[in-house]
Design a protein around this ligand. Sequence first.
Ligand code: ZN
Length: 450
Amino acid sequence: MLTSRLHLKPKNAAFVAGLVFLCAQISSTAAETSRSSDDLYYLAQKSYYHLMKSPDKQKFRHHWDEVIHKFSKVAERYPKSSQARKAVFTVAKLYDGLHGVSKNAKDLDRAFHHYKKVARDFSPSTLTDDALFELARIYRDRKNFSSAARIFKTIFEKYPDGDRAKNARLQYQRLAAIVPVRKTGEPSARLVVPEKKSAPRRLEKKRMVATKTKPSADKRKSSAPLIVVDAGHGGKDYGAKSAGGVYEKNVNLIISRHVKTMLVRRFKYRVVMTRKDDTFVPLKGRSEIANNRNAELFVSIHANAAARKSAHGIETYFLGEANNERALATAARENGALVYSVKDDQVQKILASLITTTKINDSSRLAGAVQDSLFRSSKKKFRESKNLGVKEGPFYVLHGTKMPSILVEVGFLTNRKESRMLAKPDYLYGLASSIAEGVHKYMQDKSLSI
Ligand SMILES: [Zn+2]
């Protein structure tokens, strides 16, 4: 740990400089307003995470309404703030999510209305293409294929560098095969309220099903989604260590290699590893690999450690504020020297404010799918395996990536029994399979929802 700490020193300085620059920027633009909108947004975000983490709460409309109300307040009180757009987008997402539970078409109408607001009423931003994408998706789900196709086209033409461009083009191509798409006046095309079901559209649906299989099967070979598998630590950075002399860096690498093989052979994804052997790769380099290759997902694999030797179990993180001491300690350990360099709460706040809502939603879903799959399979071989659940933490490596990303902690090397399991090749193989399965499950769910 000390070696990596020393090594990271220069990068610390750059990171701190970055933070200072950021803070300076924020304070120079109407300090008062931005601070209070930040606070309000922060509170809304907090209740959002609570709702997302509680399937029980999600069953009741009033819990959704409560969170929606908080975000709406941000947009109403500070319409000019940088948080307003994010708040409206999150309101849309919430109505979208609520519709998933309630199946009430009115909730989807409200989601549509708010996505439209983000795309139309705010100046173009990184959320514009996301909002347009959701609008197109709703159109498509409501079988208004021509409007859906028109918006998908707008996305990849107007926002070719956005993270939605690739998928939008794919969706457009699928739709263009089944509906004639008007060649004029796309970008500023009116956003029409979704139509309701009628007889001819049922026909369109049938045709879509019929034409869908062939082209997408051909496509899969050339443009299978790319997943980056990140084996934590490596080289001079050993990571955690068990009493029996098992090093985290080796556990991570063994699991990561299996994950790669399974994702490629069994599920037909493309995979890039941030390291294939026992070499040192700085944290920044890892997220850069994923960003430069335009990866769809980033999965970082680690083993845990704690001062309390009885601590054991599996947990999966996505980027956010740590909401308990141990999550913060875990993030601090995995970040190396980074977190110690600035006041913890300051790092947390800034990291959290930089995340886009879309990335959080997707990351949290990915984390859920992987965590479920991991725990279920580990329990079969290790009866004492414990489900520590999905958590948030200010992990530097997750912060650097532009795509949905998670950090998996497969177990505690500081726990006697669990570290013994983590020394068994077949146990590691089982963990790897379940990580790959979780990733695949997420990808499947996602493709269904698009
Ligand atoms: Zn680690």
